[in-house]
Structure formats: structure tokens, C-alpha cells
Design a protein around this ligand. Structure first.
Ligand code: SF4
Ligand code: SF4
Ligand code: SF4
Ligand code: FES
Length: 936
């Protein structure tokens, strides 16, 4: 499509049933009460000139360009700040208004460089447009004469956008975007009158509080804030609407191109998940897609010690098929398997699990969700009947109490965090359960009511204590429980036992009982209380128990089944939800239906023409163990760097080294490919054609912006491997794959590319009962019928601090980097996070003689690494924290074999470690090798 310009109605929409009728330039229009005259005019088809107004921000009324005349009203009020009144008659074009507007524009232009023809924003500048609209023909005051800002400095410090102060009209749209939309409050207008100017807290953008979300760039009506890519490449000429491939928020973007070159990513206002907002990763960090490190041709080698040999697609595919079949003939049908990727599309994942089940002939398929949200799947299925978050993101706008548990939304789910912060600034109360003081605890205009700094590994103890307060203080929603739930009495009598009281558990959790009681009362009082959680819940030995504990608490207080409430997993990767939905687990066919269910197996065996085994296959950790035992011999890995991301690196390496055949499908030669015999180059999100499903079950289209640079789509390669193995698999297009998913999966029955093109996105279930999808689940009844209370005995993790390893390590993410960093490390995002560091409390640092920036060793009983220390009072005493974005650090060298009892999700969040100052000699040696991948 040509360049898509979305309409700008000037001021935000107002909600409500009450409406007002007005007449604007003789046109009648009915709008919700509280709508501005400017927006009403736009809805009537009349564009009022404007500069300081845009519909993502509340009206400010500073530019005086949008003046109108209103019958019975004196003067010329600003249409952006004037709400409609019943029966209003408005005129937007009169000789008087035209004169006033020309006067305003003349003043702006007299202090503006007149370099339109060479300006980066030429053709995309509202100042330029408005000059035309008001018919400005001369500037009487003389451009650049007298005092002016034409020599104002340029700030080019940010890697992605420039700030050219000489072009600023001080409309404050950037400041308001940073405050209202992003919630970072990094910008201010300094000074008054002629001296007023935009300031990033007196610093340059790079060193300010700015988090590079780009909202200010998007809001700026001039070339003052402009993407560097636009400066370098010129204005884009066409748009493709697609979906960000980083996190589980699933933001929609307009990919704007010039020819085949991506110029910029602009958040799409109609995007259901993001409504026009973005973060630094989705908006700017797309350079990895064209990074020279990308592999474009298939590679093959006999042994992992050999050099890679570039081969044709035919040879690579035949090699995989022949060697897979050969291994099966020698070691049995179950000796091979595959891992699907939450980075890939639903369609790509579906064909891999189909290849495993139909061509390999076993259920040895697992997904990287094993190591992140598999406990969510288990816990929510047991209690509610389906494995997914209950709400849409918009629901948070109606939450009164927001409880964030083991999640760091401002870093890991930034666009949703901005939405949550908007709600918190409007008065919702916040409870944070996290050992570490995440940014949300205290940020501009936000302060958590309670920050419960629980000891790592004690989630279940604390959620039981919350429930104990609810039960013993009579805070249960009796009607909800009686009507909609089962097994309450057994659970309640267990929870009411004294050992579950906040007082009894205080010593274990480290959280004062009074704080737990107060927070529990606040949650129970709501009236709308919502829980948002992340990997700090799931990546524990009791991850599944904790998910059920949260579900119990929500059911007991009636916080399920309407807007503003719910249990909401903040999914890490772009398509974790989808990869699980698509049947990636060894025990489940698509739609979370167990392989032991004959009626479900029949659907697939009939359609696929081959029987499906009724026994679950191997999970990832079982595959590793079996590889070391010699019974599992070949692995197909789709887009997951298991050698870096999975715990207990030594064990993973040993397993991978044991394989006869390891096939890696990825963008880059990653850590896992060091153990691979065949490398199949993959496609970036810009080349993919399919769908991602985000954390709110929203199925978004991923549209190809360009053809696959490797010559083949990933699903085509997988289908061709299956074919070469003798199993007929062929699709003409990805929409056919989605049609097969819809045909066989009841929750996807109504989904098709046609529907998505028509309505934008839908949240599953989408079928005859809900043709346009289901934003809120369990309204009126749970998917499993009655919500089931599940027992949640607290069992301490086996991983304990000891004299030798006295600290507990917990891990997490940082805003600018993403997971193992394969993409973000290959972008200019390295400006913010060039290496993983170890956060340590000042006391723990002092007793070890560690100063800020020192190189320290980090050792657990399974391994050792080293990194720079960052002394931080965000950490409690006894707990240290690091990220896992850089292979050079290899944080997972130290994580252990412990895992969730139900799902084997690794216990990344609790590792007993020791930290010590590294000798200067070792420091010097390591500094030499610790070089991150350079950005581009
Ligand atoms: S990029 Fe985002 S955080 Fe930075 S100043 Fe602009 S709006 Fe604020
Ligand atoms: S930088 Fe742009 S948005 Fe900000 S005040 Fe200047 S012109 Fe307005
Ligand atoms: S919040 Fe997530 S999905 Fe949205 S732009 Fe950022 S990384 Fe992409
Ligand atoms: S657009 Fe209304 S005052 Fe600027």
C-alpha cells in the first residue's frame, strides 16, 4: 500500500453514552459529551488548523491556531480546549479567523529556518502544512532578523533520533507525549516566553531519563525530533501494517519503506495492543534484520569440529531428512525430536509440531515456553480450564488495585507498562511483590502502596498468606464462590490453618505480617483487583503452584470474569502464547488438547493421514538427559538458542555434544549452532508472513515487508524436510496453514487471514460463539465449567544459600536488550546496555571489598562466570541480580538443574551463589575477551 496517513482528530475520544448534537460549518454531528469542538469538527469532516493538538494527547491550547467562532460566545475560543455544548453552532472558516491564523503562523515562521526543500521532514511537517492551509504568503517581520533561535544547538546523542532545537516551535507535544503516553516525564519546557525551550532535564537525550520510546518523535509536528533513518534515507513512500517481533505485548506498527528499504517503524494507532505507542525495541531496534552477521545460505558439516560448508537448499533439506531417517532406523522412532520457537509465527510453529508428529512419528516436540511460561499453562488449565491470561490490556484501565508479582513491566513489557502507569496516575493502587525495587515501585507520580520484598523462592508462602487473610477475615466473595467455583471448602480449611498466616510465614518470606495483611485487605477490597505477573512467578520449583495460588486468590475474591480484574501473565516473547496454542508441548495437540484424547487424535490422524501416538513425548530437559544417555540422537531446533538460554549450561553442552544430528534454524550462527551439523537460515519478522498471538490472546497479522532474504520461508523448509522424509506436506501459502489450524482447533475456528485483514486483530476464542473474539475470558462461567480451587502447599526450594554460596542470584531483563540479545546486541541498543552487570546491595559489596564497576566472579555449585558489579540499593541484602542478554557473560553457567515440579520450567530465579572480587590479572585477561557484538 502507499504511505498510510492515519487521521488525526486533534483531541482524544471521549467515552460515555450521553451525546451532544452540534452544527459545524453547517454540518450536523453527534458526539459523546465532553468531546472537543476540534474533534467534533474532524468527525464532521472539517479539519480545523492546529499545531499543538494531536489526538493522542489531551488538549493544551498553546498555539492559538485552532480558533473558531461560536454563536453566542464572545471572542474566538480555541477549538481544541472547548468542549461541545448542546445545540452549539460553530464556524471554523471566517475572514476574521483566517487573519488571526495567518498572524500566528507568521510569528512562527519568522523564527524558523526556511530550509523546507532540504529539511528531513519535507512533506511530513505540520508546520509546513499549516502554512499552506492558512495561506501564508509573506512574513513581514523578516526571517532570522532580530532575536531568534536559528542557531539553537542540535542534540544528536540519541542513536536513533536527533533533536534540532532551531526548528522547535515549543508546542510541548513532545513533553506531553513523554508524560501522558509514555509516563517517563523526561522532558520539560524550561524558561518563559521567548526563552522557553524543550529540555531533557538539562542533559542530552542519551544521558537523560529518556528511554527512547519515540513517542515524542511521533508527536513532534516539525523536524525538531526526527528519526536518523529519515534524515539519512529520506521520506518513506509505502507502508505495511505488521507486528513487532520482540515482546509479548504484540504492538502493531506501520513499517514505512522506500522501495525495499525499511526507513522507520511507526506505531499504528489502530493496533489493539498498543494504540499507537511503542518502545525502543519495536520502534528502533530493527537493524539486526539486515546485519551482516545474518546467514543467508544453508550450511552443512559432518562433525561440529569441521568448518561449515555452504550448500544449496536441496542439499541441506535432503541431508536433514536422510540423517533423521537413518538415525530412526538405528535408534528407533523416538530417537529424534524438535523444539519450536516462540519467536516464530503460529504457522511456522504449527508446521514444526506437525512435522514431529506426522513425519517423525512421535510426540517429541517441546517449545522454549518450557523455560518461561509452562507453569502458566499448567496452573491456569487446572483452575480455570484454559491456559491463557484472562483479560485484554485495556482492562487495566478499569482496575482499582493492581498487583504486580515477579514482573518488571517497564523493562520487559514497556508499552503495557505505560498503559498501567496511566491508570496508576489516575488513582489505582499498586502492590508490588518482588525482592528487587523495580522502577514501578517509585517513578514520577507513582508510588506503590506496598512493596513486599519477599525472599526469592517464597512466592507460594506469601500468596497463601494473602489467601489466609481473605479467608480468616471474612473477605471472601461468597456469592461468586458459591455460584461459580468448586472445591472451595477443602481449600479454605487448608488455607485457614495457622501455618499459612502472615505471622507464621513472616520469617520465611521476610515480609512483615502487618504489610501482608494490609496488602491482602487492599486486594480483597478492590472493587476491581487485577494481578499481572511474569517469570518471577513461573521460573521457580513451585511455579505452577504459585499460578494456582494466584488463581485461587482471584476466585475467592470474585476478581475474575469482568473488566478491571483477572490473572494476567505478561508473556516474554512475541509468540509464547501462540507457540503454546499451536500444540508445541509433548502432551498436547493444538488448542491444549491432550494427546491421550482419542477423539482429538482422530481429527489429526484423519486429516494428516497418519496415526498420532497417544503417549506424551519428551520435554526439553528429558531430551537433554536422553541425549546424554544415548537414546535421543537428533534434534531440530527452530529459532531458540538453547545453549545460551537454558539453565545449567554445562549439562546442555554435554547433551548437545552427544547428538548425532543437531539442526538449527535461525537468523544468526548462535551459541547452539556451535553444536549443529546443519544450519538452516531463517527469516526476520520483516520477511515473515503469518500471525503472532500476544499475551492477551490477540492474534495479530505479521505481514511480509519484503521477500525472504534467504529465498525460502521457514514453513516451506519444514514442509520440504517432511516431504523428503516421505511424509507428504505441502501448503501453497501461509493462509492455508491458518485455515488448517482453524479447521482443527475449536478456539481458532473463526480465524482466517481474511478476518484479520477486515477487523485488524481478534482474541481467541474466536468461533461461532464469539465471531469477533473474546477480550475477557470466563465471563459468566469458567472454560472448565466451575473454577476449581487447588491446594497450594508451600514447599521450600531445595536450592538454599549455604556458607559457601551465601547469596541468592535472581535474573531478569532490561529494557534495551532482549532475551539472549541475538537481535538487540546487533543494533545501536548496545549504547544502553553493552554488557550484563551484577547488581549487589551496598552491604554485600562492602563486606566483600567490592566497589562499583569492579570485575567480580559469580559462582554457584554448577559453574562460574564473571562480570562487572553495580552497587545498588534496589537489591535487598543477600540477593544479587543479573540479566542474561550477553553470551560473553553466560549467566546460565551458574543456574541449576532445579525446576518446577509440574512442568520442568527451570528455577532461574533462585540460585545460591558466591560473589568475590576478581584478581587484577584475571580481570585484565577477561576484559580482553569480553567484547560484545558491535552494534550497527
Ligand atoms: S523518546 Fe520517549 S522517553 Fe524519551 S523523551 Fe521522547 S517520549 Fe520521553
Ligand atoms: S520538539 Fe517538536 S513537539 Fe517538542 S516542543 Fe518542539 S516542535 Fe513541539
Ligand atoms: S512493547 Fe514489546 S511488542 Fe511493543 S514495541 Fe516494545 S518490544 Fe515490541
Ligand atoms: S491546536 Fe488548539 S491551541 Fe493549538
Amino acid at each position: 500500500m502507499s504511505l498510510l496517513k492515519e487521521p488525526d482528530y486533534g483531541t482524544p475520544a471521549r467515552k460515555g453514552d450521553a451525546t451532544v448534537d452540534v452544527a459545524i460549518d453547517g454540518l450536523s454531528v453527534t458526539v459523546p459529551e465532553g468531546t472537543s469542538v476540534m474533534r467534533a469538527a474532524a468527525l464532521a469532516g472539517v479539519d480545523v488548523p492546529k499545531l499543538c493538538a494531536t489526538d493522542s494527547l489531551e488538549a493544551f491550547g498553546s498555539c492559538r491556531l485552532c480558533l473558531v467562532e461560536i454563536d453566542g460566545v464572545k471572542g474566538t475560543p480555541a477549538s481544541c480546549t472547548t468542549p461541545v455544548r448542546p445545540g452549539m453552532t460553530v464556524r471554523t472558516q471566517t475572514p476574521k479567523l483566517e487573519k488571526l491564523r495567518r498572524g500566528v503562523m507568521e510569528l512562527y515562521i519568522s523564527d524558523h529556518p526556511l530550509d523546507c526543500l532540504t529539511c528531513a521532514a519535507n512533506g511530513d511537517c505540520e508546520l509546513q502544512d499549516m502554512s499552506g492551509v492558512v495561506g501564508l504568503r509573506e512574513v513581514r517581520y523578516g526571517v532570522g532578523e532580530g532575536e531568534n533561535h536559528l542557531d539553537a544547538p542540535k542534540d544528536v546523542s540519541n542513536p536513533y533520533f536527533d533533536f534540532d532545537a532551531s526548528k522547535c516551535i515549543v508546542c510541548s507535544r513532545c513533553v506531553r507525549a513523554c508524560d501522558e503516553v509514555q509516563g517517563t516525564f523526561a522532558l520539560t519546557i524550561e524558561g518563559r516566553g521567548f526563552d522557553s525551550k524543550v529540555s531533557a532535564g538539562g542533559l542530552d537525550f542519551l544521558n537523560s531519563d529518556c528511554v527512547s520510546c519515540g513517542a515524542c518523535v511521533q508527536a513532534c509536528p516539525t523536524a525538531t525530533l526526527e528519526e536518523k533513518t529519515v534524515v539519512d534515507l529520506g521520506m518513506p513512500t509505502r507502508s505495511v501494517i505488521t507486528t513487532c517481533a520482540y515482546c509479548g505485548v504484540g504492538c502493531s506498527f506501520k513499517a514505512e519503506l522506500k522501495g525495499d528499504e525499511l526507513v522507520r517503524m511507526v506505531p499504528y494507532k489502530d493496533g489493539g495492543a498498543n494504540e499507537g505507542h511503542s518502545c525502543v525495541k519495536g520502534r528502533f531496534a530493527f537493524g539486526y534484520a539486515t546485519h551482516p552477521d545474518r546467514q543467508m545460505s544453508p550450511l552443512v558439516r559432518e562433525r561440529i569440529t569441521d568448518e561449515w560448508r555452504p550448500v544449496s537448499w536441496e542439499e541441506a533439506i535432503q541431508t536433514v531428512a536422510t540423517r533423521m531417517r537413518d538415525i530412526q532406523s538405528r535408534h528407533g522412532v523416538g530417537s529424534i525430536g524438535g523444539i519450536t520457537s516462540s519467536r516464530c509465527t503460529n504457522e511456522e510453529v504449527y508446521v514444526v509440531q506437525k512435522m514431529v508428529r506426522a513425519a517423525f512419528g512421535n510426540n517429541n516436540v517441546d517449545t522454549c515456553a518450557r523455560v518461561c511460561h509452562s507453569p502458566t499453562g499448567y496452573g491456569l488449565k487446572q483452575t480455570f480450564g484454559t491456559s491463557a491470561g484472562t483479560q485484554d490490556f485495556k482492562s487495566v484501565e478499569e482496575a482499582d488495585v493492581i498487583m504486580v508479582i515477579g514482573a518488571n513491566p517497564t523493562d520487559a513489557h514497556p508499552v503495557f507498562a505505560s498503559r498501567m502507569k496511566q491508570r496508576l496516575r489516575k488513582g489505582a493502587k499498586l502492590i508490588v511483590l518482588d525482592p528487587r525495587r523495580i522502577d514501578l515501585v517509585r517513578s514520577p507520580h507513582i508510588e506503590a502502596e506496598y512493596h513486599l520484598k519477599l525472599a526469592p523462592g517464597t512466592n507460594v508462602a506469601i500468596i497463601n498468606a494473602f489467601a489466609h487473610v481473605v479467608i480468616t477475615e471474612g473477605l471472601v466473595d461468597e456469592d461468586f464462590v458459591a455460584e461459580r467455583c468448586e472445591d472451595f471448602d477443602e481449600w479454605a480449611s487448608f488455607i485457614a490453618q495457622p501455618e499459612n498466616s502472615p505471622e507464621s510465614l513472616e520469617e520465611i518470606t521476610g515480609v512483615p505480617a502487618a504489610e501482608v495483611r494490609a496488602a491482602a485487605r487492599m486486594y480483597a477490597a478492590g472493587p476491581n483487583s487485577a494481578i499481572y505477573y511474569g517469570l518471577g512467578v513461573t521460573e521457580h520449583s513451585q511455579g505452577s503452584t504459585m499460578v494456582m495460588g494466584m488463581a485461587n486468590l482471584a476466585m475467592a475474591t470474585g476478581n475474575i470474569g469482568r473488566n478491571g480484574v483477572g490473572i494476567n501473565p505478561l508473556r516474554g516473547q512475541n509468540n509464547v502464547q501462540g507457540s503454546c496454542d499451536m500444540g508445541s508441548f509433548p502432551h498436547e495437540l493444538p488448542g491444549y488438547r491432550h494427546v491421550s484424547d482419542e477423539s482429538v487424535r482422530d481429527i489429526y490422524s484423519q486429516l494428516w493421514g497418519t496415526p498420532i501416538l497417544p503417549e506424551p513425548g519428551l520435554r526439553i530437559p528429558n531430551m537433554f538427559d536422553a541425549a546424554i544417555d544415548g537414546t535421543f540422537r537428533a534434534l531440530f531446533v527452530q529459532g531458540e538458542d538453547i545453549a545460551q538460554s537454558d539453565p545449567n549450561t554445562k549439562h546442555v553442552f554435554a547433551a548437545l555434544e552427544s547428538l548425532e544430528l543437531c539442526v538449527v534454524q535461525d537468523l544468526f550462527l548462535n551459541e547452539t549452532s556451535k553444536f549443529a551439523h546443519v544450519f538452516l537460515p531463517g527469516t526476520s519478522f520483516l520477511e515473515k508472513d503469518g500471525t503472532f498471538t500476544n499475551a492477551e490472546r490477540r492474534i495479530n497479522r505479521v505481514r511480509p515487508v519484503m521477500k525472504p532474504k534467504t529465498g525460502k520461508h521457514e514453513w516451506e523448509i519444514v514442509a520440504e524436510i517432511a516431504q523428503a522424509m516421505g511424509y507428504p506436506m505441502h501448503y501453497d501459502s501461509t493462509s492455508q496453514i491458518m485455515d488448517e489450524i482453524a479447521l482443527t482447533t475449536p478456539t481458532f475456528a473463526g480465524v482466517s487471514f481474511d478476518l484479520l485483514d477486515r477487523v485488524g486483530s481478534v482474541q481467541w476464542p474466536c468461533n461461532d460463539n464469539a465471531p469477533l473474539g473474546t477480550p475477557i475470558m470466563h465471563e459468566g462461567g469458567f472454560v472448565r465449567g466451575k473454577g476449581r480451587f487447588m491446594p497450594t502447599n508451600y514447599v521450600p526450594t531445595k536450592e538454599r544459600s549455604t556458607r559457601k554460596y551465601p547469596l541468592i542470584l535472581t535474573t531478569g531483563r532490561i529494557l534495551s536488550q532482549y532475551n539472549v540479545g541475538a537481535q538487540t546486541r546487533r543494533t545501536a541498543n548496545v549504547a544502553w546496555h553493552p554488557e550484563d552487570t551484577l547488581e549487589i546491595h551496598p552491604h554485600d559489596a562492602e563486606v566483600r571489598g567490592i566497589n562499583d564497576g569492579d570485575r567480580v566472579s559469580l559462582a554457584s555449585r554448577v559453574g562460574q562466570t564473571s562480570l562487572h558489579a553495580r552497587i545498588s540499593d534496589r537489591m535487598p541484602v543477600g540477593v544479587v541480580y543479573t540479566t542474561f542478554h550477553h553470551p560473553v557473560t553466560g549467566a546460565n553457567v551458574v543456574t541449576t538443574e532445579h525446576s518446577d515440579w509440574a512442568t520442568n520450567c527451570p528455577e532461574y530465579k533462585v540460585t545460591a551463589v558466591q560473589v568475590g572480587l576478581q584478581s587484577p590479572r584475571l580481570q585484565a585477561e577477561e576484559e580482553q575477551v569480553a567484547v560484545p557484538v558491535a552494534g550497527s
